[in-house]
Design a protein around this ligand. Structure first.
Ligand SMILES: Nc1ncnc2c1ncn2[C@@H]1O[C@H](COP(=O)(O)OP(=O)(O)OP(=O)(O)O)[C@@H](O)[C@H]1O
Length: 233
């Protein structure tokens, strides 16, 4: 069974007298446990795509099934259950709450999902044991992003959606973050979708989806993906 199945998804913004097709008849699927890269230039529709998959935005037409659930027809309440239960998000700017400690930021997930994993367990997974009582501004950008990954996986989501997770980081730290996401995919069998401008990620991805002007211009399957550390960045 596919974990993501998008069929003929369109998203139109009506601005003044003009309609902007952020997505136009987009269809693709993702297998469970795949590491998928969504690549394309600025304005291509990548974030819109991820936001629809994550239940943050709604398609105007088409169907989207994620982890066995059709999400395009859900009510607001059902969508919020879907976001809380099935998807983990990692954003470019971490979105940590500055007045909460690292542990408290991760523990917030328990408010969304009762069976969320303990903060200590997920912080260990991202190499941040011992940083539980620090506040976000006492951490480097890379460490803050690792907290946001820990927070995302605490929900034990079916799918991890990452929008430019390395966009605010230097290339070495960015590689380390990609390695963490890649390991979550390979070792913990998480399905990871990652939106990025960095085309080199294609060498490490199982699937590469190319987007331009709201349309899919190609889907490539990589039969011999490299490890993140083997890619020349
Ligand atoms: N709220 C909005 N109102 C009007 N147009 C929008 C809105 N949000 C996005 N768009 C338009 O939809 C298109 C796709 O935007 P989107 O943010 O999905 O692209 P992107 O590929 O993620 O770009 P970037 O790499 O720069 O983040 C763009 O043309 C954008 O200007």
């Amino acid at each position: 069974m596919k974990i993501v199945e998008l069929n003929h998804i369109s998203r139109i913004y009506h601005t003044g007298d003009r309609d902007i097709y952020a997505l136009k008849d987009v269809s693709f699927s993702v297998e469970p446990g795949e590491f998928t890269a969504i690549l394309g230039p600025s304005g291509a529709g990548k974030s819109t795509l991820l936001n629809i998959l994550g239940g943050i935005d709604r398609a105007d037409s088409g169907t989207a099934e994620v982890a066995g659930q059709e999400i395009t027809g859900l009510t607001e309440k059902e969508l919020s259950f879907y976001r809380a239960g099935k998807v983990g998000f990692v954003f470019q700017f971490y979105n940590l709450i500055p007045t909460l400690t690292v542990k408290e930021n991760v523990d917030l997930m328990r408010e969304l999902k009762r069976e969320a994993l303990p903060a200590a367990e997920v912080l260990k997974k991202v190499g941040l044991s011992g940083h539980e009582e620090k506040f976000p501004d006492q951490l480097s950008g890379g460490e803050q992003q690792r907290v946001s990954i820990a927070r995302a996986i605490a929900k034990n989501p079916d799918i991890l959606l990452c929008d430019e997770p390395t966009g605010a980081l230097d290339s070495e730290t960015g590689c380390m973050i990609l390695e963490q996401l890649w390991n979550l995919c390979r070792k913990d069998k998480k399905t990871v979708l990652i939106v990025t401008h960095n085309a080199n990620i294609a060498k490490a991805a199982d699937k590469v989806i190319r987007v331009r002007n709201g349309e899919i211009t190609g889907v490539e399957i990589n039969t011999a993906p490299l490890r993140i550390s083997e890619v020349e960045w």
